[in-house]
Write a protein that binds this ligand. Sequence first.
Ligand SMILES: Cc1ncc(COP(=O)(O)O)c(C=O)c1O
Length: 398
Amino acid sequence: MTQFDFNQKTSREGTYSVQYEGTEALFGAKGLEPFWIADMDIQTPVMIRDAIKKRLDNGIFGYTMWQNERFYGPVKHWWKTRFNISLNEADIHYAASVLYTVGEVIRQTTEEGDGVILTTPSYNSFPNLIQGNDRKIIESPLVYDEDKKEYFLDTESFKKLCERDDVSLYIHCNPHNPTGKVWTLSELKEIKQICKDNNVYLISDEIHMDFVRPKEDFVSVASLLEEDDAVLVTTGLGKSFNLASIPHSYFITKDRHLTADINSAMGSRYNVNTASSLALAAIEAAYTECGGWIDQLNEHIEENFQLISDYIDEHLSDVLSFDIPKATYLGWISFEKSGLDAAKVHQALVEVGGIAVSPGKLYLDHENNHFRFNAASSRARIEDGLERIRKTFEHLSK
Ligand SMILES: Cc1ncc(COP(=O)(O)O)c(C=O)c1O
């Protein structure tokens, strides 16, 4: 089997990447080493690049349909071979992006002023979308279990929030960004039932689904769908194959009513109902040829996380705590035990360490005593990032 090298040095020079060119504006300093946004310093597999090149050679990029076997076939193949889920074509729909779909579900299933539940800490674009659409954020804080070293949903409080008259939607992140939590079948069943009992719409964002380790532990909400359920799963290949700048996504639902409303909005209100020809070429190659690649990538990410964990144990155990996440390529690192002032830590990471990591408060971690560290890079870059973190805390401890 082909062995892939994820330690190759990559360059984004001249590509106007947000990770590099966007860092100075956001963090207010030049020359920072970035580990914040969720894309990878790892090239998209050559099989996908070849498929895109082949599509480019045709030379015509006019309006393109996705309703055909070269889209459905690879999607069904991926879900069957990776997750043992048999999808029906009638339940699969292409959409412009995952966040477009989340936004549209917010607009379609809630009214202005309504409450939308998020588990916190939360991926930062969810609060932005809720507020940007004039809805209210309702927080259901995840509880950290010190013994199990895992986050859990407080189902009693979640239920109470769902019972509120002003709450009509819950945005679920499966697996969870930023904590890396993998939800179990029983947790998902309980969440789905609570939502159903209280007429709360359930959307499950599963964009990180290909980064569950081991992959057999991933349970998709799609496996629980029944006819007309008020549930929608949205996902895409943006994270899995580093394709964020080739916008696309797809959603899976048996809610025919909402599907019709979303498709009608995409057609009439926004006119975004055709597909990206390059995305379709990428999806076909990824979902038919790249299973081995993503398995090896997950091994590489696991090794990077082990490196981070060992480094923290050896050099930073008095100030940092870190649990290797079972999913995503994002490390959620706590400096709570250092007792240091959160604002000072985030400032020193930039000014002393010269590193850009995402501060906890971005994810509604109100104590702000975490940072999110992207581990989808070469080992050498991770080592460099760790040294920058060490330098920061050595300075703060003086
Ligand atoms: C949970 C989650 N959903 C959605 C996105 C973005 O998806 P898209 O680019 O398809 O809108 C991200 C990107 O970090 C994410 O972490």
